[in-house]
Design a protein around this ligand. Structure first.
Ligand code: ADP
Length: 340
């Protein structure tokens, strides 16, 4: 069984989007095709102030570039930025999705969520300008930090706890804003730098963006859903709440402490849905303390209301951080258990 209809969709919409945009009154599917970005109050950056300097990767819409932004108030010199681009030739739907992504990211202002800087929608190709997060995605970073031959992991348990706390704080901000992310996972977090002063930030809002589409159900077929990160009520009944994100955060915690392993190794999405529905859960990674394990277990309660709040998760992680020593992470390939 897969999501049949959006459960309580209106409760998941950003509060800011519930009121003014005319589209809400005009179109019950929350489609913003006819809404001009300027009406959303997005900051328009003059194109002449943006210089593209290199390629960062391919996004869902188009190429993502690194760049330099000049003439930024209160900033000496140029500001390094990431520039998401929309190909000049695209459908209205794609353009609307791209604009929606800007609207969503612009709602947040938190050290653990990628900073929105502005847009350049007055010329083609359209740009979304974000702070540059140079350390790459969290999953790739963790995998690269696994021990090699005679070398221990370059990361300590303290590093893992700090990274987890960063993401938990970002999630708490989303929780406060009553925003349901729907795709909390290591691949969707980026790092400011790979070095010891790194900060992890939630940087991808693609899944939340897609629920605004009028053809969401066509797009959200089996392959589109991050089943291994989803709680039973989400993949069985299409119910998404902040407690969905709490479950996913538990999986992210497992990804962090297993140094970037794929959850439920060797299992198909179908098998995971059966396993999880019957009470099966991931086994703790070797480097995981009892305290961290108990957070994971709590995040994976079958009863959504019994899952902790992000504030409670942050408190537990902070306590663990205070009592942990900087030992290198122990790494062994993970296993799964079939029972409760
Ligand atoms: P989309 O969500 O449109 O698919 P992504 O967010 O996956 O695009 O970005 C595509 C590539 O650009 C990825 O390799 C990602 O790491 C990189 N990227 C995206 N945003 C930033 C950013 N703010 N700073 C640095 N790199 C970024």
């Amino acid at each position: 069984k897969f999501p049949r209809r959006p459960m309580g969709l209106s409760a998941h919409i950003l509060p800011q989007l519930q009121q003014p945009p005319t589209v809400m009154r005009v179109n019950p599917n929350y489609d913003i095709v006819d809404t001009k970005p300027a009406e959303q109050g997005l900051i328009e950056i003059p194109r002449k102030n943006i210089k593209l300097t290199g390629e960062l990767g391919q996004g869902a819409f188009g190429e993502v570039y690194s760049g330099l932004l000049s003439n930024v108030p209160m900033v000496d010199g140029d500001l390094p930025v990431a520039v998401k681009t929309l190909p000049p030739v695209c459908t209205e739907q794609t353009e609307s999705d791209f604009h929606m992504e800007a609207v969503i990211v612009s709602q947040f202002n938190h050290p653990n969520i990628v900073k929105f800087i502005g847009v350049c929608f007055s010329h083609h190709p359209h740009y979304i300008v974000l702070e540059l997060l140079e350390g790459g995605d969290l999953k790739t970073f963790l995998r690269a930090a696994r021990p090699k031959q005679d070398q221990p992991s370059s990361l300590t348990v303290l590093d893992l706890l700090r990274l987890s706390l960063d993401v938990a704080r970002g999630c708490q901000h989303l929780e406060e804003k009553r925003f349901i992310h729907r795709d909390i996972a290591a691949r969707n977090c980026l790092l400011t730098t790979k070095g010891p002063n790194r900060t992890a930030k939630i940087a991808d809002f693609g899944m939340a963006r897609d629920i605004y589409r009028s053809d969401y159900y066509k797009k959200a077929g089996r392959a589109m859903l991050p089943v291994k990160w989803m709680p039973p009520e989400a993949f069985l009944d299409g119910v998404f709440t902040t407690k969905t994100d709490v479950w996913s955060f538990g999986i992210l915690l497992w990804e962090v402490f297993s140094l970037g392993h794929m959850p439920y190794p060797g299992c198909s999405n179908e098998e995971v849905m059966t396993l999880v529905t019957q009470g099966g859960r991931l086994d703790p990674p070797d480097s995981c303390s009892l305290a961290v394990l108990s957070i994971m277990i709590a995040c994976w309660s079958s009863v959504p209301e019994e899952r902790p709040t992000f504030s409670a998760i942050i408190s537990s992680l902070e306590k663990s951080l205070q009592s942990s020593r900087g030992l290198p992470v122990i790494y062994a390939p993970p296993t799964i258990s079939a029972g409760g």
